[in-house]
Design a protein around this ligand. Structure first.
Ligand SMILES: [Cu+2]
Length: 383
């Protein structure tokens, strides 16, 4: 009875060997086909962008116990929109936009507004949940801050995100906003582990101006007459380039304080919409153009995977003019390290500093890690 048994063993051995060979062949096949099935990400795909995690909204925000104090001094001054074009502006601490206020979720924020204008004003904290008498619409939430007067606002930074502040004095808010009375307000999360890591984090505040128009002082006509456009107070080519290295993750915070929508379009890349009005999107949408409506804030991100000298610009092309001259206005350069554009003598030069007498915008030395807008994060805390 040994023969049948050895036959079975033989058969089993042959089948086993076949199985091993087949499995081996499969492994070989898998190895040889891997370059096709799992390539490195390239500009031909958005695999890496799709695989970035979304921002996450905090489920619980506790008071930090920190009191963050700021002073905003509002006064008239000259502001140079672009080399050769200077306007009568309303500045905050000498700049347009005013300094970026940056705090952490749960901080107590105490902001003293000093009115050095010859007219009333008040400041609204756009998108934040503050007590009624701190919301800054005057009259309504408070009495207007008189010329020479001051008002101290206090509230808790209620949730992480990108917000803004601006005049909301009903007597003159349109004129005050159109002359520059606004700034960014950024709240960082209590738990930064909820955030993807970014190499570049920049705020772009979009606004419109009336330059040289006879109806300059007629507030009702102003919103229809914008003929200059700025990003952080500057028109192209004086907008501050965003400098990146290949592989950087870039986060941009868009704020539209003008009264018209701006379809912002990025060349050479797609980007994700990761937050709207301070609220993360659980499933970020991937696009290359985003309509930034008046009063809205968006956060977007992209991976710098396509070296070049790209532009991120408003696709309402009248908004990429300075008066009658193009290109200008809402054009933001994304400049890769070591890359030079074709046919341009120089990359967009940084604007001349201190040439207006209306205050100086501090700039980071490398232009990469920090927003060019003055940031009040480092100010003293407590009192
Ligand atoms: Cu536009």
């Amino acid at each position: 009875m040994g023969a049948p048994s050895s036959t079975r063993r033989w058969t089993a051995l042959v089948l086993g060997a076949l199985a091993l060979l087949t499995a081996g062949y499969g492994v070989v096949q898998a190895v040889t086909t891997r370059p096709e099935s799992a390539p490195a990400d390239t500009p031909l795909t958005v695999r890496a962008l799709r695989s970035l995690p979304p921002l996450q909204e905090a489920t619980e925000i506790k008071p930090t116990g920190n009191v963050r104090e700021f002073t905003l001094t509002i006064e008239r001054g000259k502001w140079e929109l672009v080399k050769g074009t200077t306007v009568d502006a309303i500045t905050v601490n000498g700049t347009v936009p005013g300094p970026t206020i940056r705090v952490t979720e749960g901080d107590t924020v105490r902001i003293t507004v000093k009115n050095r204008l010859d007219e009333v004003t008040s400041i609204h904290w756009h998108g934040l949940h503050v007590p009624y008498d701190q919301d800054g619409v005057a009259p309504g939430n408070q009495l207007p801050i008189p010329p020479g007067g001051e008002y101290t606002y206090e509230f808790t930074a209620n949730h992480a995100g990108t917000f803004m502040y601006h005049s909301h004095s009903l007597a003159n808010e349109i004129e005050q906003i159109d002359r520059g009375l606004y700034g960014a307000f950024i709240i960082d999360p209590q738990n930064p582990r909820n955030e993807p890591r970014y190499d570049v984090d920049r705020t772009l505040m979009l606004s419109g101006w009336i330059v040289g128009m006879p109806d300059m002082d007629d507030a009702a006509d102003m919103t229809m007459s914008y003929n200059y456009w700025t990003i952080n107070g500057k028109s192209f080519p004086d907008t501050e380039p965003i400098r990146v290295k290949k592989g950087d993750r870039v986060r941009l915070r868009l704020i539209n304080i003008s009264n018209l929508a701006h379809p912002m379009h990025l060349h050479g890349h797609d980007f994700r919409i990761i937050a709207v009005d301070g609220h993360p999107l659980p499933q970020p949408q991937i696009v290359n153009t985003l309509d930034v409506e008046p009063g809205k804030t968006y956060e977007i991100d992209f991976i710098a995977d396509n070296p070049g000298f790209w532009v991120f610009h408003c696709h309402e092309l009248h908004h990429t003019m300075n008066g009658e001259t193009a290109p200008g206005g809402l054009i933001q350069v994304i400049q890769y390290e070591g890359f030079q554009p074709v046919g341009l003598d120089q990359p967009a030069a940084p604007p001349a500093q201190g040439s207006t007498g209306a205050g100086v915008q501090p700039r980071s030395s490398d232009g990469m890690q920090n927003a060019p807008m003055p940031d009040m994060k480092g100010m003293d805390m407590g009192s």
